[in-house]
Design a protein around this ligand. Structure first.
Ligand SMILES: [Zn+2]
Length: 436
């Protein structure tokens, strides 16, 4: 797909992308009503998304990586082919103001025109100030001098305190012998104009991306994605969680869930549960009643109150009983006083001081409890502690196996210390033995 985009960057409208988006959504949800916004799915994993590729952004990234050649003007051969009928230089078209006829000529070329549309859409956001790749002489010269290799601001400027200043003519001539005193005066003139808006920092993101030699498209894509999903920063589900819990959840907390907790969950079912909780995936009688008339909206387990997401997972007396038991056992296993809070058990947010191993174990215990609970989601059952422990046992085996596999593959990870859990199980077994 990328290859295709890279070689035919001539998609003039956004129509195909919205069609593809619809097709992808239809495919993911199999014709049912989508339960997670597509934008959330395509967001980066580090922000709680699932890295589903966004084709439009891929297309735009390949286009920008193409435009990169126009900006940096290193690949002269290519530029001559693509700009065969241009009178003024590339920088005049991309950053300056070409005259009307020139503009028309530029646009009257299918590849140049469609790439330029994308450039116009992003350029001010990428470079709010005068960019470093800009060559003032290219901008000034009325006719395009194909052979010339003029210095860019990156070559011409040097820092003085917090500002960029122009190097002296003597300094410039060391690397650019072709710069005469006339050129230098022109540079100075253009510098004064550009200095009014100021200059991009040499080490700013986009300057660095354009200068980089490899994985450029990936880097551009990441950046565009970050912009695209900015509005989704506070996702609807986060607001709902905050409302249920009764306090705002700090961004650092979500960040911890996405970037730290998720690393403990190599197994797909654990990861899946974590995402499903975050996105409040589980179907509720309330939702069903919303779609189908005459459906009873009472919670399946208590048959008393309306079954909304939070009642089902937490506030219902029946669910609460389950969590109270889990809480008691977790305290015994961890040998810690944990707080009985929904954000701990439903989202995995700890506020007790724990070391890495403890965090990991607690995370397993909690996710295990949720998976076992979700298994009987539609029934009136409440899972037993024994069922929960057997799931934790599975997780423990999986964790050990992962450790051994990694070791074997030469990408070792820290071995989990399960001794507290093992001790707990031994005690529990001898206790049960005595009772019977
Ligand atoms: Zn209830």
């Amino acid at each position: 797909m990328l290859y295709l985009f890279q070689n035919i960057p001539i998609i003039g409208t956004l129509k195909p992308f919205s069609d593809w988006r619809k097709d992808i959504s239809r495919f993911i949800w199999q014709g049912r009503k989508p339960r997670i916004k597509l934008k959330n799915l395509s967001d980066d994993r580090t922000r709680g998304g699932m890295n589903l590729p966004d084709l439009r952004l891929y297309y735009e990234s390949t286009a920008i990586s193409w435009i990169k050649d126009w900006l940096l003007q290193k690949n002269k051969k290519m530029l001559n082919v693509e700009g065969f009928n241009l009178k003024s230089g590339w920088h005049v078209h991309l950053w300056g103001s070409p005259d009307k006829n020139e503009k028309k000529t530029f646009r009257n070329h299918i590849i140049r025109d469609s790439l330029n549309k994308i450039w116009e859409e992003y350029k001010k956001r990428m470079f709010p100030k005068t960019p470093m790749w800009l060559s003032p002489l290219d901008l000034i010269q009325k006719s395009y001098q194909r052979k010339s290799n003029w210095p860019t601001y990156r070559d011409l400027l040097t820092t003085q305190g917090n500002n960029y200043v122009l190097k002296s003519q003597e300094e410039i001539v060391i690397s650019f012998k072709q710069v005469t005193w006339l050129h230098f005066r022109q540079i100075k003139e253009q510098f004064n104009i550009d200095n009014q808006t100021g200059f991009m920092r040499k080490d700013s993101d986009w300057e660095k991306i354009l200068e980089s030699e490899n994985k450029t498209i990936t880097k551009i894509y990441k950046k565009l994605l970050e912009w695209d999903t900015e509005t989704e920063y506070v996702k609807t589900c986060m607001t709902q969680w905050a409302r249920d819990i009764g306090r705002p959840i700090m961004y650092e907390d979500w960040d911890k869930i996405w970037n730290k907790n998720i690393k403990f969950t190599y197994a797909a079912d654990l990861k899946e549960n974590q995402y499903k909780m975050q996105y409040r995936w589980y179907i509720t009688p309330k939702k069903l009643g919303h779609y189908r008339k005459n459906t009873r909206t009472k919670f399946w387990k208590c048959q008393e109150k309306e079954g909304n997401f939070f009642h089902m997972w937490w506030t219902c007396t029946k669910s609460k009983k389950y969590w109270n038991e889990i809480h008691k056992e977790c305290g015994k296993i961890m040998k810690k006083n944990l707080q009985m809070r929904p954000e701990l058990y439903l989202l995995g947010l700890t506020n007790t001081k724990l070391d890495m191993n403890e965090e990991k174990i607690l995370n397993y215990l909690i996710i295990g409890a949720r998976i076992v609970f979700a298994r009987v989601w539609r029934s009136n059952q409440i899972p037993s502690i024994a069922q929960w422990l057997s799931k934790i046992w599975d997780i423990k085996n999986m964790d050990k196996l992962t450790f051994l596999m990694r070791k074997h593959q030469g990408t070792p990870m820290k071995e989990t210390d399960w001794s507290n859990f093992e001790e707990y199980t031994r005690l529990r077994m001898t206790h049960e033995g005595k009772v019977t």
